[in-house]
Design a protein around this ligand. Structure first.
Ligand code: CA
Length: 710
């Protein structure tokens, strides 16, 4: 961490303390510890490893030469079977990790002995406010406490030794569809946390809370509200770029994941999300850039004062968030050492910015895309007019689709190789404007596009063809020349977060249930472990008593997992969720229990008797209210109940009791009363019955294909 040079030294001089790399004890976390986290690779004390969020561990005990001897040291099963996205923290030989439903677990980092656990008791019905599974991405540390953001919008301080609650603060209006899934960060005793909900009509912000008692110190809104003379200048400037009564729809711009901090410049960087609703024609009639959607914004952490912004996607309409992982590094460009900020946001361009000023340096596509032909010298994308579908007219097939060229999965930066490793993703979507869209702030996807209009027809060959176009790859990106130095093509699409190490390795999990180590210089796979489940969370490294460990949280889930077929066309076979923390060390030989079979009973739906008009009502309602959790087209994921196989499918009463009356709300299936009429709910049942019958026929055809292949 070259750029921490003087501040690290002066911080040490001021404190008169010696960090002592040999000493694995950290004690209370303070500014000195956090600013110098890169000099203390024994511990992992902040989300991205350091404030620069490079996710680079200098540890080299596990390296290119011996990684073949890496084995399972211990593992711990989680008590939920939902998406696992957390980065653990390690301090003083203890490992702290969060799991689905915002739960926290503490372990002895060397032996795996459970120390304590904490369940914030998030109400089950909060699940329907979450766009992308009931995930949590991790904790922050300050003093003797850990800080947890919960799905229902609370910020909770926990005693690191006992897991006892020190204080608790509600950070959102819980009557709206805000959720918190991101990891907090702490700067100088201020706990920073944003929120999500831009598919559900919220107004995004990030806020700072006093680490001692949870008092809110400042709040930074990313999009303008109803214009007010007292608004700060940056929001008045933003309001000029919006049209109509935009504030009535929330606007979006949620800060649900990325943050980074440069202590020398004293700038906090946040990534801002998509517009709410997505369709700009509804959100800001007549157009406009809609600041600060899809932007990187630099903020003064002491006051929450705006400093600069860079907007990646002006007039965002495709769910192109810039909430993706932000990495800070000092790199030489055109013979000059530049303090840069790097991001691969959803829109498919890799950006290099000057992080002191926000000046645009360069941007090139890191995956195939069609919404723009490039980025001009001023840093503004050159848009393809055929993909600007916000005028409620013609649909357009746009690349990337709403899952982006890169989603939340963290990148890693290796300073020795000067490479950024990107978990990249390739999938287009047909954007079909929804005619006469009206907001429903209570429930459902509020995006102004018809999420079901692009459903694939029940044609096995066609589905297999489309499935083959969805791709995932690990890219080793040269940020100076803006090109891939090497690429690993993965069989599955949704590949995991990354860790780079001083041992010349890059660690990554995959959709197809493996956890791998690659040579950081050329991408050669040097080691692989059968994780039995998709691994999407990013790994970390640490030491206890001088021995290096690598830890990763396994467990298939998140946005793509909920959207994908868990049966018929699932490329490379369906992956089931086994939520489990995996910890590795050289020479260890622990074994996982045998993997249970992923067995789905053959489809056996009642006959489809409803008329076409009813089924169309059901299709449209399903697309808006059900598809985000139960998969578009009701194709059935492996994470949440496959409605085609629901026992309630043939029972009108039972179906109403669940969907209308909320009989299963404790499990996360909230009541849709008020958003859906009993008639619409019955029409959804008719639609799912029709889909189940279509897929039953496809299953039979697929079985024939398999026999023929044998
Ligand atoms: Ca979004």
């Amino acid at each position: 961490m070259r750029w921490f040079g003087w501040s690290a030294l002066s911080a040490l001089a001021l404190s008169g303390c010696d960090l002592g790399v040999e000493d694995e004890r950290v004690g209370g976390i303070d500014n000195i510890r956090l600013i110098n986290a890169g000099d203390d690779p024994a511990n992992w004390i902040t989300h991205g490893g350091t404030y620069s969020e490079q996710r680079f561990s200098p540890l080299d005990q596990v390296n290119r030469d011996n990684v073949g001897e890496l084995g399972l040291a211990w593992f711990a099963d989680m008590d939920t079977a939902r998406g696992q996205e957390a980065t653990p923290l390690v301090m003083d030989g203890k490992l702290y990790v969060t799991s689905a439903w915002s739960k926290v677990f503490a372990f002895d980092a060397a032996t795996g002995e459970p120390l304590w656990s904490y369940d914030p008791q998030v109400p089950g019905e909060t699940g329907v406010k979450a766009c992308c599974d009931v995930v949590n991405r991790g904790l922050a540390a300050w003093g003797e406490n850990l800080f947890l953001g919960t799905l229902d919008g609370r910020l909770i301080a926990l005693d690191r030794d006992t897991g006892e609650v020190a204080w608790e603060k509600v950070t959102v209006d819980q009557s709206q569809s805000y959720t918190v899934t991101g990891a907090p960060r702490v700067i100088d005793g201020k706990v920073l946390i944003g929120n999500g909900g831009a598919e559900f009509g919220v107004r995004g912000y990030i806020a700072a809370y006093d680490a001692l008692d949870g008092e809110e110190l400042w709040r930074f809104y990313t999009v303008p509200g109803e214009p007010d003379e007292k608004d700060p200048e940056y929001l008045k400037a933003a309001a000029e770029t919006w049209n109509g009564d935009f504030w009535k729809l929330g606007g979006g711009g949620t800060v649900w994941d990325s943050m980074a901090y440069d202590p020398e410049l004293d700038l906090l960087y946040i990534g801002v999300g998509n517009g709410s609703p997505w369709n700009r024609a509804y959100r800001s009639p007549g157009g406009g850039d809609n600041l600060y959607l899809s932007s990187i914004v630099a903020i003064r952490p002491e006051t929450g004062e705006y400093v600069w912004h860079y907007q990646t996607t002006p007039g965002e309409t495709w769910d192109y968030t810039a909430t993706q992982h932000i990495v800070l590094a000092d790199i030489e460009i055109d013979g000059r050492e530049r303090q840069v900020l790097m991001q691969a946001p959803k829109n498919g361009f890799f950006y290099v910015l000057d992080r002191a000023t926000g000046e645009f340096i360069s941007a090139e596509p890191y995956i195939p895309l069609n919404w723009a032909t490039g980025v001009d010298d001023d840093g503004r994308p050159i848009e393809n007019p055929e993909t600007r579908i916000d005028q409620t007219g013609e649909p357009a097939l746009v690349m990337p689709g709403p899952l982006g060229g890169h989603n939340w999965h963290p990148m890693a930066y290796h300073p020795g190789e000067n490479l950024v490793y990107i978990p990249a993703f390739e999938a287009a979507m047909l954007y079909v404007p929804q005619a006469n869209w009206k907001p429903d702030p209570a429930r459902g996807f509020n995006i102004g596009f018809d999420m079901g209009a692009g459903d694939l027809p029940p044609d096995l060959g066609f589905r297999q063809e489309v499935g083959a176009t969805v791709k995932g790859r690990l890219l080793a990106w040269d940020p100076v020349n803006q090109e891939a130095r090497w690429t690993v093509e993965h069989p599955g699409a949704w590949n995991g977060g990354l860790l780079a190490t001083g041992g010349g390795l890059v660690f990554q999990g995959t959709q197809e249930a493996s956890f791998n180590a690659y040579d950081a210089s050329n991408g050669e796979r040097l080691w692989s472990f059968d994780a039995q489940t998709g691994v999407v969370a990013p790994p970390i490294a640490y030491t206890v008593n001088g021995e290096q460990y690598v830890a990763v949280l396994a467990g298939w889930g998140g946005a793509l997992a909920l959207a994908s077929d868990g049966g018929i066309i699932a490329k490379d076979g369906a992956v089931r969720n086994i939520s489990r923390l995996l910890v590795f060390k050289l020479g260890s030989t622990a074994q996982l229990p045998p993997a249970p079979e992923l067995a789905k009973a053959p489809l056996d739906p009642p006959p489809s008797r409803a008329d076409a008009a009813t089924i169309e009502v059901g299709r449209a309602a399903y697309a808006r209210y059900c598809s985000v959790c139960h998969a578009p087209g009701a194709v059935g994921s492996t994470v949440l109940p496959d409605l085609r196989r629901s026992g309630a499918l043939e029972n009108r009463m039972a179906w109403q009791q669940i969907v209308h009356d909320g009989a299963l709300s404790g499990n996360g299936m909230a009541s849709f009363e008020g958003s859906l009429s009993p008639e619409q709910i019955e029409a959804i049942r008719a639609y799912v019955i029709k889909r189940a019958n279509e897929d039953k026929a496809m299953e039979a055809e697929l079985a024939k294909q398999r026999v023929a292949r044998r």
